[in-house]
Design a protein around this ligand. Structure first.
Ligand SMILES: CC(C)(COP(=O)(O)OP(=O)(O)OC[C@H]1O[C@@H](n2cnc3c(N)ncnc32)[C@H](O)[C@@H]1OP(=O)(O)O)[C@@H](O)C(=O)NCCC(=O)NCCS
Length: 164
């Protein structure tokens, strides 16, 4: 049976880049705020990812507004592993279950594609985000100092995984 939130989720393409920039900016990502990331830097990053053409993007629509999105890279080291590369929800909509719905959706999607494990990286010091993933069944695997290579802020990543 289809889960009732699925009708709010749409596949995204290049025409949604402007909305994605707004979501990223308004999600108040802890690492981006610490490094003072501008909208034009966000735009460059998103455009680059679309150009690579392997990451799939899904957005959550609420009253005709895209309020969050999740992306999947259909590969990761390990047998039938894949990676949730990006997840963001606008600040005004956080804490209301949207992030969880996007994760449930992408896990179902990955499972249908034949994957058996979803992996993801996040910042070591992003406590709220780490708690979010742990509540969604993700287990800590390892940490990687200097993973992001930033010149400021916390540059250590933590890797999480979940069997699906
Ligand atoms: C992480 C994020 C996607 C979660 O989405 P969400 O819609 O707020 O998540 P949900 O409502 O489904 O789940 C809420 C749980 O997530 C955690 N959480 C993380 N950030 C939160 C926030 N800003 N507000 C409320 N809860 C948050 C809490 O543990 C919360 O559980 P609780 O309600 O029992 O306290 C969202 O907070 C976000 O976009 N954060 C900034 C960007 C980011 O960190 N992206 C991930 C990068 S790897």
């Amino acid at each position: 049976m289809q889960k009732n939130y699925v009708s709010n989720i749409i596949k995204l393409n290049k025409s949604h880049i402007r909305s994605l920039i707004t979501i990223d900016f308004e999600s108040e990502h802890q690492g981006d705020r610490e490094r003072n990331i501008s909208k034009s830097e966000i735009r460059k990053g998103i455009e680059k990812r679309f150009k690579k053409n392997y990451e799939v993007f899904f957005g959550y629509k609420q009253n005709n507004e895209l309020v969050g999105y999740v992306t999947l890279k259909p590969f990761f080291p390990g047998h039938k592993h894949c990676e949730v590369y990006w997840l963001a929800v606008k600040k005004k909509c956080q804490g209301k279950g949207t992030g969880t719905k996007l994760m449930n959706f992408i896990e179902d999607y990955a499972k249908k594609k034949g994957f058996r494990k979803v992996c993801l990286y996040t910042g070591k010091d992003m406590c709220l985000t780490r708690r979010f993933y742990e509540k969604n069944g993700y287990s800590f695997i390892n940490e990687f100092p200097d993973y992001y290579g930033y010149t400021s802020g916390n540059t250590t990543a933590v890797l999480y995984g979940k069997r699906i």
